[in-house]
Design a binder for this molecule. Sequence first.
Ligand code: ATP
Length: 238
Amino acid sequence: MTPLLQVEDLRVGYGKIEAVKGISFTVKAGQIVTLIGTNGAGKTTTLRTLSGLIRPTAGRILFDGRPLGDIPAHKVVALGLAHSPEGRHIFPQLTIEQNLQLGAYLRKNTAAIARDKKRAYALFPILGERRRQAAGTLSGGEQQMLAMARAMMSQPKLLMLDEPSMGLSPIMMQTIMSTIQELKSQGTTILLVEQNAQAALSLADQAHVMEVGRVVLSGTGQALLHNQSVRKTYLGED
Ligand code: ATP
């Protein structure tokens, strides 16, 4: 089966700085694939490039059989690729409900949108309880839930999550991670960028370790979880 996403020898730079130096990986439909790595490895740059926010300098991105790379961000969303960015970027003055509605801005079927809002509230009950409240009043973890739920409202074929556990308490992190698992079991394909290697590898079907713009190690989540060098560098073992 052709992968949903194929990234081939992708290069991305900021002026003279090359942040992504020729990476290749694929994401098959139904999988969770994770990119892990230290600060500045190029993970966020990769996601921003896939969603059309940055133009690559070289390489190829094929999404659902179509080349991306020159397609602007709003059209990429319409093709079925949603991005829940690092730092969340929810609209604090708007209510939770309005934030979710914005996630569905390209859709016209109001009954289907209402059904998906219900589904989001079932997945994240706290969002349902507070749906008329300004999103800025939510805690960090709750805002993270809203960012994920909003990305899901575009009915993506591929959901990209950038550091969903950032700044969260261990309990909140557990909730977010089990929700990612739940989304997968409901059929969503996920590309997950995470600093928390333990959590990400435990969930991932496939994983890639990035260091200074390159993929230095790839394997199943379980294989990398048991890899000595990964354990030493990313899981803090001696
Ligand atoms: P982190 O885990 O810290 O978010 P990351 O793996 O997501 O790191 P990126 O944010 O993609 O890494 O950064 C990759 C490199 O590109 C870093 O050296 C960073 O300083 C540089 N970089 C990122 N954004 C810009 C920018 N807008 N202008 C110039 N350099 C940038």
